[in-house]
Design a protein. Structure first.
Length: 117
C-alpha cells in the first residue's frame, strides 16, 4: 500500500490557475498508474485525469481536456495536476489515487479547490 498526500489546493478566481501535488510514501510511485479524481458537494466522485506508469500516456475527462495537465516525477515520488483556466464548476475536493488504470486502490485524503466567479 502506498500513502498519498495532496497539497496545493486553495482559493482562486475564475480563469486562474493552481497546481496540485500528490506526494507518495511507503512505495515508489513508478510501480503505479496514477490518477486524479474530484468530488463536488452533492455530486459523485468523478475521474479527472490519469498518467500511466509504463509510457506516461495520459487520459483526461472531456470537461478538463485542454485546461488540466497531469504529470509525474518518479524521482520525487510525486504526481502533479496543473489546473488552468479554472471555472466555478471545477470547484471540488481533488483526490490523488494509485493503482492500475482504470482501477485505483490507494487514495489520498484530498485537497480543496475553490473557484469564485
Amino acid at each position: 500500500q502506498v500513502q498519498l498526500v495532496e497539497s496545493g489546493g486553495g482559493f482562486v478566481q475564475a480563469g486562474g490557475s493552481l497546481r496540485l501535488s500528490c506526494a507518495a510514501s511507503g512505495r515508489t510511485l513508478s510501480w503505479y498508474d496514477m490518477g486524479w479524481f474530484r468530488q463536488a458537494p452533492g455530486k459523485e466522485r468523478e475521474f479527472v485525469a490519469a498518467i500511466m506508469r509504463r509510457d506516461r500516456s495520459t487520459y483526461y475527462a472531456d470537461s478538463v481536456q485542454g485546461r488540466f495537465t497531469i504529470s509525474r516525477d518518479n524521482a520525487k515520488n510525486t504526481v502533479y495536476l496543473q489546473l488552468n483556466s479554472l471555472k466555478p464548476e471545477d470547484a471540488a475536493v481533488y483526490y490523488c489515487a494509485a493503482g492500475e488504470y482504470p482501477a485505483f486502490q490507494d487514495w489520498g485524503k484530498g485537497a480543496q479547490v475553490t473557484v469564485s466567479s
